[in-house]
Design a protein around this ligand. Sequence first.
Ligand code: NAI
Ligand code: MG
Length: 491
Amino acid sequence: MNTHLSTAEGGVAAAMQLIGGASVEARAGRRIEVVCPSDGLPFASIPRSGDEDVDAAVRAARQAFDTGPWSRMTAAERGRCLTRLGLLVERHADELAALESRDTGKPARQGRADVAATMRYYEFYGGAADKIHGDTIPFLDGYTALTLREPHGVVAGIIPWNYPLQILSRVAGAALAMGNTLVVKPAEDASLTAIRIAELALEAGFPPGVFNVITGYGREAGAALSAHPGVDYVTFTGSPLTGTAIQQAAAVNNRGVTMELGGKSPQIVFADADIEAALPVLVNAITQNGGQTCSAGSRVLVERPVYEKVAAALAARFSKLVAGPHDADLDLGPLISAKQKERVAGMVAAAEEAGAAVLARGSIHPDAPASGYYFAPVLFGSVDPGMAVAQQEVFGPVLALFPFDDEADAVRLANGTEFGLVAGVWTKDGARQHRVAKKVRAGQVFVNGYGAGGGIELPFGGFRKSGHGREKGFEALYDMSATKTVVFNHG
Ligand code: NAI
Ligand code: MG
């Protein structure tokens, strides 16, 4: 049953946050309107939590970790809870996909893809929970030394609005598999599916207090959560600036953090590449989810002999792209908010002023509501690598295209930003594939492909300004736990 949208008040459904297994209002009784980006109209509301609410959630998580039934569960039992949650996600797939699309404006098929990935996170980490173990270490005569992998304790997850279900679930899957308890703060622009997942987690058998969700603004609930001394570890996905603020807050308590801070990810197209195979992937990597993807392929570097050909083919594809309401399921939906649209439009205007050439623009469907946050995709050509549009994350459907001269030049340009999250390399030359994959500074490198989204099994994370720590795959289980060394002196 869809409980969180059932208490409609004056046409606005009032969602509740989940603390210690109970659906609760913010103590101060304040709320935030939930807006659908496709028409800019409110359709629900969420609690606007502050310090007191955060404190209650952290206490609930602390208690569940220290003395609740969770603290006595075996790894296999934790895995079973996760597996059951995955099955519940599958059973509620249509509901979750529709809710995610409405809350974020993402096209219907993207909402469905996100639910499929969400299900996979719980399936993968459900299976992994009892397959992580420590070592025995050859040590001095008369001693036995071994390592245990222990949970941090209370993990705080601060989640962005671009892939709310997926990012929540990659955090929750790994953290819960290792036996931590969770306080999650989803983004104020997209909190509804996080609440729903926490409700389903109760149904799946997670004891109350293991999976808590508090809603509210970043500068209020988010700041209080990252600074709370009852939190043992903080994981965050979002902007570098907010990442710095969260690390500073966590540093006051000297807590560990995982930071996934986006990128300016390059795709390198060599002259020998299968260009027909590359084209749809190049376009999708920057238009999927309206370009609001941490791993968006926002720069395309093309070897000079094929530059004009690739530019023309990309321009032809870009000019056909259409943005429209989420339920129309076009190439793109709207952006998440009026603020984000303004930000993207500002960066595009600045690039034009700086002299970047617009090679093509997509369009907005004529029936799209004028009150929605639509932005037509833009392809910039012959971009100067020093320009802001080539250096900064736009987080919109804006692609910057550059020519390069040779392999060394390609690597230099690819590594020429402060970021290092993902890279794509397109070439048929096997030796070059290996060379470039090694030289490119990125947490993931795709050869003759580009894997934005999905890839539950594949470790993911950044270098430099893209952040630190690794999520997804088995690697995330190490981030979400700590090694304890135990030494026996038995003579
Ligand atoms: P943001 O990084 O400020 O928000 C992400 C999350 O952090 C939200 O849950 C928010 O409530 C929380 N937050 C904000 N300030 C906080 C604080 N002081 N303490 C604790 N939590 C806080 O991102 P925003 O402002 O929504 O978007 C701005 C830009 O950030 C985008 O244009 C994009 O470039 C980047 N971004 C990158 C994402 C990624 O996946 N790497 C996701 C979202 C945004
Ligand atoms: Mg929304």
